[in-house]
Design a protein around this ligand. Structure first.
Ligand SMILES: [Zn+2]
Length: 500
């Protein structure tokens, strides 16, 4: 029987600068879900990449005195290097300058054009070059008579130009139906978009730019004097990566199970625009759109102007390892609310959970097996109580992960580690005449928890499996009390305590 498929995507990032904690947050969340689904035995395809066209990049490159292509080559390599540091297990890193993507965009838009869903008009409006987005009245901020981008607080430009429009208005019902079908998680974000559609309707959108202004983009297949608007170009990457128009079987297999992970700032594009484009292509909407909030820094939104952007290098340096960074981002993740990056909170969680609960347990068990048993630990009678806790934790964790409750799942896994620490304190193997049964059960708790934690902290899990002599298994095979014997080579200190 073919394995169940699972397709997960991050947004493709705009590589005008290095990735920061915000990019890391989205990407780590997606990676945890990808790795978890691999542990479930699924055939996972995990996609991330860079969104490389558009006016903003064209201008940034000009400012650096290089061609846009040279600039994005350099920047996409930087993104890749950070994902390597954070152990992001993507199956493809897509770039919108990749030839197969350019082909997909042309193919998809030709299809839509031939259906009469694209027409020529004139676009006028206030435009933010940083957002690559027009702002209408009520959306922009007005200060001293100057219209400002609500996100960038920079003056908007008045733009009036010939453009092609997509008949989004004809797809209002389709988009509304998709939003009401429960695919958006958490549902509050579907309600938000529905509210906006009810208020202003779904309007046709401009989807091309004159090439003389924006040359850095994919040419419209029906009119070479226009380039495709970056958002349309970018969204189609989700189709390119799984073989749209080239490998129908593969495409169908993954499209039916696609999970998009996005931040709420790009919600409108990923619902109104994306669901309509998919319908125009006669494709179903995504299986799931997972939307998370912003990252705040001690309650304040991060911005270049304030200068409070936390870099990935900062995080790695502060918490010492990519596993610790991944753990903490997942631990404080929430889809419902904005995530507040509070270094005190992060440090406390690191010390209490990673260093004390997990690290101490691992070290205690390892040291005792070496000291009392010469490093060899054989399978002994299973402690029914601890086995029951392990089973329940595994069961609950699977349910929580299935509902994207990533942080709660982590807390639940740590219940098993806490229970194992309490078990050791109660049983006192250091005094016992025959400490092996006690140590075997404590070790089984370490193994079962570590195996589940492999989705969150892959190098820690791999390292422990190596030095304690066990193998990481698929969740189906992961049963407390089933491992035959351990050979403890060393008892590592996994996480050194952090000082304030
Ligand atoms: Zn803006």
């Amino acid at each position: 029987m073919a394995r169940e498929a699972f397709y997960i995507t991050t947004p493709i990032y705009y590589p005008n600068d290095r990735p920061h904690i915000g990019h890391a947050y989205t990407t780590v969340l997606a990676d945890v879900l990808a790795r978890w689904n691999r542990l479930l035995g699924k055939d996972v395809f995990f996609l991330t990449g860079t969104d490389e066209h558009g006016l903003k990049l064209q201008r940034t490159a000009e400012k650096h005195g290089v061609s846009p292509k040279e600039f994005v080559d350099k920047m996409s390599a930087i993104f890749k290097s950070y994902w390597e540091k954070l152990q992001i297990s993507y199956n493809r890193f897509i770039r919108t300058t990749d030839p197969d993507h350019v082909e997909t965009v042309k193919l998809a838009l030709s299809k839509i054009y031939s259906k009469g869903l694209i027409y020529k008009g004139v676009y006028k409006g206030w435009y933010c070059t940083s957002c690559e987005k027009f702002y209408s009245e009520g959306e922009y901020i007005e200060k001293d008579g100057v219209k400002l981008c609500p996100l960038h607080l920079k003056p908007l430009e008045w733009v009036e130009e010939e453009s092609y429009f997509l008949k989004l208005s004809e797809y209002e019902d389709t988009v509304v139906r998709a939003l009401e079908s429960g695919i958006v998680y958490p549902p509050q974000y579907a309600r938000e978009v529905l509210g906006r559609i009810r208020k202003e309707g779904l309007r046709d959108v401009s989807i091309t730019r004159p090439k003389e202004r924006v040359y850095w983009g994919i040419e419209a297949p029906w009119d070479k004097s226009h380039t495709i608007y970056v958002w349309v170009d970018a969204l189609l990457n989700y189709l390119t990566a799984i073989g749209y128009g080239r490998d129908e079987d593969r495409f169908k297999r993954y499209w039916s199970v696609v999970h998009h992970v996005i931040g709420k700032d790009i919600l409108w594009f990923h619902t109104a625009l994306w669901f309509a484009i998919l319908a125009m292509l006669e494709l179903p909407p995504p299986r799931r759109l997972l939307v998370h909030g912003f990252i705040l820094c001690r309650g304040v939104k991060m911005s270049k102007t304030i200068g409070n952007i936390v870099s990935i290098d900062d995080l790695l340096e502060t918490y010492g390892s990519s596993d610790a960074v991944r753990y903490l981002l997942a631990r404080f993740s929430t889809f419902e609310k904005d995530m507040d990056y509070d270094p005190d909170l992060f440090r406390n969680a690191y010390n209490a959970e990673l260093a004390d609960t997990y690290g101490n347990l691992v070290r205690r068990v390892g040291v005792l097996v070496r000291r009392k048993l010469g490093g060899v630990l054989r399978r002994r009678e299973v402690d029914e109580e601890l086995a029951r806790v392990a089973d329940e934790v595994k069961h609950d964790t699977m349910k929580l992960m299935d509902r994207y409750r990533v942080s709660e799942a982590l807390v639940r896994i740590f219940d098993l580690l806490r229970e194992a620490n309490a078990y050791l304190n109660r049983k006192e193997p250091w005094r016992a005449e025959d400490p092996e049964p006690i140590l075997y059960n404590a070790m089984e708790a370490v193994r079962v928890a570590t195996n589940m934690l492999a989705a969150f902290m892959p190098s820690t899990a791999a390292r422990l499996a190596d030095v304690y002599g066990f193998r990481l298994l698929g969740l189906e095979e992961l049963v407390f009390g089933s491992w035959e014997s351990y050979r403890v080579k060393e008892a590592p200190i996994l996480f050194k305590k952090l000082r304030a």
